[in-house]
Ligand binder design. Structure first.
Ligand SMILES: *Cc1c(COP(=O)(O)O)cnc(C)c1O
Length: 423
């Protein structure tokens, strides 16, 4: 559920009409709903309260400081995947003791920064990384709290580019070597083994793959404990999906997901962590864009809009579907001719929708790409000299620009001419 709806014929974010934001901020722009973010965080917090699980929001889904401030203010921890994200999380006020540091390629500098900050846990993804953490920790005279990420080799039945828990994926330690790696980790002076971690993929719409992975973790815990390995913590990752396609996709609610966790792992005496990203931020945001041209071709009709693949990469990257809602409510029985919705970037892949049945849109009309709150603004770039798209947070009847659009002179601010080209 989200808080974008038509009120008096205009699409609103909570109580703020999107055309008002578009007029003040310009388009394209991302608009986030505080009520939706809050509702989703609470749904997880309530569902997992009985299990004593910690929620570490995966900020790679949406790392805006205001979003982090809101969620950490409600008690959320943060899952980070780089030194940059860790610095941003700390700057947003996240306590280091609630930060989990994940990611397959932590550098020695990042490991040192994480240990210096005193993060809750580093999730180890390979043996060489385990050794690197051990080396850095010993050099600093500390013991690094780690969970070892294992790859449970289950098929999350999601898009191939966002599945992470199959043996052929780059993530985690292979299931068959897990036992030996844990045993070795116990002997390393710079390492304090806290437990195991998994993360099997993203946009998972069925509880089956989670259950299969959790049952494998359960077996692993029994095996490890028999070997004398400490398993106090289990980090179950993120991955719960969101409905991108209204009416077609119905992801399980957090309560049903929590029930699977309780049933499979609830009696092991482990402190549990979950790392939802998309399920919290996904449908808490929309990308508002204006139609520039309508191009009626012989074989197809194009709506050329002012948002592009550099602002919202998911369709170009994953063939992802985003529902498109006109900001002015169409009549109930409006005709819906097929149209291709495309951006202005010079790439054919800059296409948001092909043959989409939409109420006719005219130049100047505003549209909203729905469910754009996760993996939207965070992936934006400046391709084609397009400044990063701004972000707006709505709360009730107020809104604030929480990341401004760079000025055109900022576009080249980091560039520098070599002396032989400067005159
Ligand atoms: C991306 C990621 C998440 C969040 O995944 P969602 O599908 O957005 O819930 C959680 N944990 C790790 C380790 C990740 O890489």
């Amino acid at each position: 559920m989200h808080h974008f709806s038509y009120i008096d014929g205009r699409l609103h974010a909570e109580s703020v009409p999107l055309d008002r934001i578009a007029a003040e901020v310009g388009t394209p722009c991302y608009v986030y709903s505080t009520a939706t973010l809050t509702r989703h965080y609470r749904a997880f917090a309530d569902a997992f309260a009985g299990l004593g699980a910690s929620i570490c929001y995966a900020m790679k889904a949406n790392g805006n400081r205001a979003v982090l401030r809101l969620l950490t203010g409600m008690g959320s921890g943060v899952d980070v995947v780089s030194g940059g994200e860790m610095a941003l999380a700390l700057a947003a006020g996240a306590p280091a003791g609630r930060i989990v540091f994940s990611g397959v390629g932590k550098t020695e500098d990042e490991i040192a920064a994480a240990l210096q900050a005193g993060v809750h846990q580093l999730n180890v993804e390979s043996e060489p990384e385990l050794d690197a953490i051990d080396t850095v920790a010993r050099r600093m005279g500390v013991k690094a709290p780690v969970a070892i990420r294992v790859n449970p080799d289950v098929d999350a039945a999601t898009h191939a580019k966002i599945t992470t828990g199959k043996a052929e994926n780059k993530f985690g330690i292979e299931w068959t070597s897990a036992r030996q790696v844990f045993r070795r980790a116990m002997t390393l002076e710079g390492i304090a083994v806290k437990g195991a971690a998994i993360h099997i993929g993203s946009q998972i719409l069925d509880l089956g793959p989670f259950e299969a992975a959790f049952l494998k973790v359960r077996d692993l815990v029994a095996m490890l404990r028999a070997d004398g390995v400490t398993v106090e913590r289990l980090d179950l990752g993120g991955g719960l999906g969101v409905p991108y396609h209204q009416g077609d996709e119905s992801p399980p609610p957090p309560a049903a997901y929590a029930e699977v966790v309780r049933r499979t792992l609830g009696d092991l005496g482990c402190a549990l962590t979950i790392e939802p990203g998309r399920a919290i931020a996904g449908n808490a945001g929309v990308l508002v864009s204006r139609v520039i041209y309508r191009k009626d071709g012989i074989t197809r009709t194009f709506a050329v809009v002012d948002a592009a693949m550099n602002d919202l990469m998911r369709p170009a990257l994953y063939d992802a579907w985003h529902d498109i809602w006109p900001v002015v409510e169409p009549p109930a029985h409006a005709e819906r001719p097929l149209v291709d919705v495309v951006g202005p970037v010079c790439e054919t892949t800059d296409t948001f929708a092909r043959d989409r049945a939409l109420p006719p849109v005219a130049p100047g009309d505003l549209i909203a790409f729905m469910t754009a709150g996760a993996y939207g603004a965070v992936m934006a770039n400046q391709y084609n000299g397009r400044p990063l798209v701004p972000e707006v947070l709505v709360d009730g009847d107020r809104f604030h620009v929480v990341r401004r659009r760079p000025r055109l002179e900022d576009l080249a601010a980091l560039e520098d001419l070599p002396p032989w080209l400067a005159d």
